[in-house]
Design a protein around this ligand. Sequence first.
Ligand code: PAJ
Length: 275
Amino acid sequence: MQRAADLFRAGSKVVGVVPTMGYFHEGHLSLVRLAKQRSDVVITTIFVNPTQFAPHEDFSRYPRDLERDARLAESAGSDILFVPSVEEMYEVPYQTYVEVGGLTSVLEGKARPDHFRGVTTVVAKIFNITKPHVAVFGQKDAQQAAVIRQMTKDMNFDLKIIIAPIVREADGLAMSSRNVYLSPDERKQSVALSASLRRAEAMIAAGERRSLVITGEVMQMIGAQPSAMIDYVSISQNSTLEEVSELRSGMTVLVSLAVRFGPTRLIDNTVVEVR
Ligand code: PAJ
């Protein structure tokens, strides 16, 4: 892969990379299409990265379907699929990690210690292997996008990060490889996540400025679903991810949430400009 990447660079091709863990849905494919618009050669990577899963999480049962992924990636415009093995990526004895500070101490970082260390380590490795000019990530994982931006800046990676909008199912549920874990009943209840974010947007548009009132309403809508267990509902500054208690006009805030349905953990968010 590294030699192929060198050849593309030498041939003055603009190289775009889309890092993924596979089991593609329209969200992933939208990133590939966007990468294709912004580059000559698109490298899609599929690697279920063990270092970003905690021991109790779903690493071993994470859904996989390489053949289908390969077909879908190609039809979306991907030129090369890079599917390394765990042994290749973490050759024993593996000893080096990339860790972003501040931004990782809140939200997902608080709920999933060491998660972002695994993400930034593998993404840094993927950048070094594929040598891209452009890398595309999804707003679905808002904090991950912010953390990767920060790492790219701090570590002087010579590439542009592009963040693509959240792709949703017709009823509003944000697409995720983990949605397949939901039972039919949980799938119905899960609509409350996006519905509650739309409510938060409407409340802010109508002039509500107290975060607690907004998050309270969101929690009530989700809490009304019998199988939902809320991890967090948060309103933070979109740029710093610092918690905001009182919204002010001119602010751009990130309303984000994580909710469990049994063992399945879902996240969603919306970015709102306060007028
Ligand atoms: P994965 O969950 O497979 O997601 C790959 C990329 O697809 C991420 O940038 C994610 O934000 C984006 N994505 C997922 N669902 C989306 C949706 N509904 N709409 C738009 N984009 C969506 O995120 C990871 O893998 C890993 O942490 C990774 C960055 C590959 C590092 O291992």
